[in-house]
Structure formats: structure tokens, C-alpha cells
Design a protein around this ligand. Structure first.
Ligand SMILES: Nc1ncnc2c1ncn2[C@@H]1O[C@H](COP(=O)(O)OP(=O)(O)O)[C@@H](O)[C@H]1O
Ligand SMILES: [Mg+2]
Length: 252
């Protein structure tokens, strides 16, 4: 089972868009995927138009949760919205509150992939995800603050390793909101490649209106606009993640 966190400390960089379309992409490849919404904004439930009655807070506090099937091969855990934010303070009072997700999901079976969509902060819920997942995908929008977000996220990952002894590997840094008409897109992408070398995915996600529209129709990009740039880019990302070389890199 491959456990991936889609994470960065900056909001609006395409985390949710990446989590949902990559999950669907892998499901299209015949893989069984569990997608966990870890953000109180509850965007994934809104997009799927499917709400759990037992949600992530129930999983974290009581070890019980609804795993909802939303598409063929694709399963989903609802974040529970505001309740999740409240859960954070309850978890903080518990010993080992940082490792709770890891503990409650240790017996999970039947999924080939678990993809966690993170909130844009360094809160306890995020720490739980970072200690559970083995790999991180870090989406970076093509602007200056996007770059700052990567740096902060890397620091958090190092901190989690030092403090909690869990090594989260970078699966890839993903350039998002790439706009070929703007100089800054090329500059930020070049800087990323210079700094992080092969850790930057070859796939670049272009700015694409269909990606913005799809959630309003409760669809992923492959359903809403299969011939759009968004669909092409997320298909390439899915292939790149799928063909990562998991065996050689000890990813299993
Ligand atoms: N490549 C893209 N092109 C155009 N709009 C996008 C793209 N990726 C995401 N969006 C839109 O931008 C907004 C923020 O994206 P989202 O994935 O929710 O970011 P995050 O989860 O990091 O906050 C959403 O409205 C989403 O539909
Ligand atoms: Mg999001």
C-alpha cells in the first residue's frame, strides 16, 4: 500500500485538485484507491456530493469511520468539516495525539493507494498525516509565494522526522497553475528545477479553466472535460506517479 500526502503550507496551490484527479486517475488504471479529506473545508465531500455520517473525527477519536465508494475503485473518507477543527484540540490533549491516524489506520487493508488531501497549515491534523504517509506530493503554484510554501513544507517534514522519527520522502514537487503567457511561470519552474532537480515532476499542471469548472458539476476532470489540458496534465501525472520505480526505490 502506497501512502501519499498532498501537502503544502500555502492555500490555493492545487492540492485538492491534485488529490482528487490523481486518485481518480489511479482508479482508472485499475488500482484501488482510498482518498482521505483531512481539510475542515470539506471540499472533497462537496465535489463528490457525498457526505459521511462517521467522518475523519470519528476515525481519529473512536477508530470508526464510513468508507464511501464514490467511483469505480475509488473510496473516500469525509473530513467532517468543522468537527475536524474541533477534534484537533481533543487530540492535542491525548498522549501520542500526533500518531493517531497512523495507529487507527494500521489495520487498513484492501487499498493499493491511500491519498490524503491536507489543509494548508501546520496543525496537528497535518502532523498526523505527515506521520502516517510515506510520501509527499508538494504542489507549487507558479508565483513567489508558492516557492516560499515549498520551503516551509520541507522544513516541517524535517521537523517531523527529527521530533517523531518518521521519514516522509518527497515523491515529487508538482508545478501547478503554469501559465505559458507569463514570464514568472518559467522563472519559478526554472528555480524549482535548479534547486530540487529530479525531485520536480516532469509533468507540469497548466492553468486550465475546465479544472476550475469541474467541481461545480460534481465531476473530476476526466469526466467533465476529458480532452482538456487539465485532463491531459493529470493523466501524465498519474502515469508518472504510477511508473515512479517503486520497487527500486523501496516504495512498497
Ligand atoms: N491548474 C488549474 N487551473 C485553473 N484552476 C485551478 C487549477 N488547479 C486548481 N484550480 C482551481 O483553483 C482553486 C484552488 O485549487 P485547490 O485545488 O482547491 O487548491 P488547494 O487545495 O491547494 O487550496 C480551485 O477553485 C480549483 O478549482
Ligand atoms: Mg484544498
Amino acid at each position: 500500500m502506497r501512502k501519499i500526502a498532498v501537502v503544502t503550507s500555502k492555500g490555493g496551490t492545487g492540492k485538492t485538485t491534485t488529490a482528487i484527479n490523481l486518485s481518480y486517475g489511479l482508479a482508472m488504471f485499475g488500482q484501488r484507491v482510498l482518498l482521505i479529506d483531512c481539510d475542515p473545508q470539506r471540499n472533497l465531500a462537496i465535489i463528490f456530493d457525498t457526505y459521511g455520517s462517521q467522518t475523519l473525527p470519528d476515525l481519529l477519536l473512536r477508530g470508526k469511520v464510513d468508507i464511501l465508494q464514490v467511483r469505480k475503485n475509488l473510496f473516500f473518507i469525509d473530513s467532517g468539516g468543522r468537527k475536524l477543527a474541533e477534534t484537533e484540540s481533543l487530540l492535542a490533549q491525548r498522549k501520542g495525539g500526533e500518531l493517531r491516524l497512523r495507529q487507527v489506520l494500521s489495520t487498513l487493508k484492501g487499498s493499493d493507494w491511500v491519498i490524503c488531501d491536507c489543509p494548508p497549515s501546520t496543525n496537528l491534523i497535518n502532523i498526523n498525516v505527515l506521520t502516517y504517509a510515506d510520501y509527499a506530493i508538494i504542489p507549487v503554484s507558479m508565483d513567489f509565494l508558492g516557492m516560499v510554501g515549498v520551503k516551509k513544507t520541507m522544513e516541517t517534514i524535517v521537523e517531523v522526522d527529527e521530533r517523531l522519527g518518521h521519514q516522509l520522502r518527497i515523491l515529487g514537487i508538482l508545478a501547478t497553475f503554469f501559465d505559458s503567457r507569463t514570464k514568472i511561470s518559467y522563472e519559478v519552474l526554472q528555480t524549482l528545477r535548479q534547486h530540487f532537480k529530479e525531485k520536480v515532476f516532469n509533468t507540469v499542471i497548466r492553468t486550465n479553466t475546465s479544472l476550475k469548472e469541474a467541481p461545480g458539476f460534481h465531476k473530476v476532470i476526466f469526466e467533465y472535460a476529458p480532452y482538456s489540458y487539465g485532463s491531459q496534465d493529470y493523466y501524465l501525472l498519474t502515469e508518472e506517479v504510477f511508473n515512479y520505480g517503486w520497487e527500486e526505490k523501496g516504495g512498497d
